[in-house]
Design a protein around this ligand. Structure first.
Ligand SMILES: NC(=O)c1ccc[n+]([C@@H]2O[C@H](COP(=O)([O-])OP(=O)(O)OC[C@H]3O[C@@H](n4cnc5c(N)ncnc54)[C@H](O)[C@@H]3O)[C@@H](O)[C@H]2O)c1
Length: 316
């Protein structure tokens, strides 16, 4: 089977491409730019196509030339950047999702997996773990773009029978995911920077929290969602735990006692992450339907996994 991954040059895209190749899939990546270093670990037969998801023609041409059996649509801008530029957020996250769905339909592609986000939920006040049927009414721009993108996926399923499947990942933790446009980038940086001996100024308050998922667990969940012959539901939570900044800092200090972590709240990150303060994702549906068993289901597990990876690659 051939798979086209939009946003394929990004953090998740490259990891998913490696996983799908390992499963025997052929893979092509579509992105507006590729960094050679990011692609270094991929087999040489992974095709790269430069293009922009905001252009229907660009996405359509890519799908028409590759003839994929399925599309994984990851291209997006993340929460912090969305809040600062809602016009671009709409064009890329909503328009890009529409373009991928419509191009897939025109080319007879049978299935498409789209990444939404735990940011669709928002729970600024105490709330029980949220399953996929919890109501959505986000007031962050990113959460809103993802909610609307999900609705377009449901529309293409309802109207055209396109097997559109939606993943809702928690904030992704994994070494290397530091300098990106997410309001949640602290969830990795707060762990990775002190582990590498560097100071870190956290842009949210100590008691701010986020739904989380380790990158290898997310890659596994996305691969399972994509490769499953059939899925009984349209949408799957792929967030395996949640933690506050303070809790992650405490766990890091158990390994790096003199870790230099301080807090200086950034208004955008503080607003966005404050909306997620009590979001804990109930991922039982993904476990039941997809057999997803994330390895890191606690903050301690995430920090340990990160520390393990950093120790194997200390130079970055
Ligand atoms: N990283 C997280 O914490 C997280 C959490 C929940 C959901 N998600 C979602 O998962 C997906 C992948 O996230 P990621 O962490 O790999 O992010 P990333 O920023 O590393 O990757 C996104 C990719 O999309 C590309 N892109 C952006 N605009 C584009 C455009 N106009 N045309 C073509 N390509 C474009 C970027 O160049 C980038 O390579 C996104 O949809 C994101 O919203 C991510």
């Amino acid at each position: 089977m051939m798979t086209l991954i939009t946003g394929g040059g990004g953090f998740i895209g490259v990891r998913l491409a490696a996983r799908l190749r390992a499963e025997g899939e052929r893979v092509a990546l579509f992105d507006r730019r590729f960094e050679t270093a990011a692609l270094a670990g991929l087999p040489g037969d992974v095709e790269t196509i430069e293009g922009d998801v905001t252009s229907f023609d660009s996405v359509h041409q890519a799908i028409a030339s590759v003839h994929p059996d399925g599309v994984v649509h990851l291209a997006a801008i993340l929460s912090g950047q969305c809040e600062g530029d809602p016009v671009l957020a709409f064009a890329i996250n909503v328009g890009g999702t529409f373009n991928a769905l419509e191009a897939a339909r025109r080319e007879g592609v049978k299935k498409l997996v789209a990444t939404s986000s735990a940011a669709v939920y928002e729970a600024p006040d105490p709330a029980p773990p949220l399953d996929e049927d919890a109501p959505l009414a986000p007031i962050s721009v990113y959460g809103m773009t993802k909610t609307v993108g999900e609705e377009w996926c449901r529309f293409y399923y309802r109207r055209h029978g396109l097997d559109a499947r939606i993943a809702r990942p928690g904030a992704v933790v994994g070494p290397g995911r530091v300098a990106i446009s997410a309001a949640s980038s602290w969830t990795t940086a707060l762990i990775e920077e002190p582990l590498r001996g560097r100071p870190y100024v956290c842009p949210v308050a100590e008691d701010d929290s986020s739904a989380l998922v380790y990158h290898t667990d997310l890659t596994d969940g996305l691969a399972r969602l994509y490769l499953a012959e059939r899925v009984p539901s349209r949408v799957y939570n792929l967030g395996s735990c949640a933690a506050t900044a303070g809790e992650l800092a405490r766990l890091v200090r158990e390994r790096v006692p003199d870790a230099r972590i301080s807090y200086r709240a950034d208004p955008i990150a503080g607003f966005v992450v404050g909306r997620w303060r009590h979001v804990v994702q109930d991922f039982r549906r993904a476990s039941q339907d997809l057999g997803w068993r994330p390895r890191c289901t606690t903050a301690a597990g995430l920090v340990a996994a990160c520390a393990d990876e950093v120790s194997k690659n200390p130079g970055s």
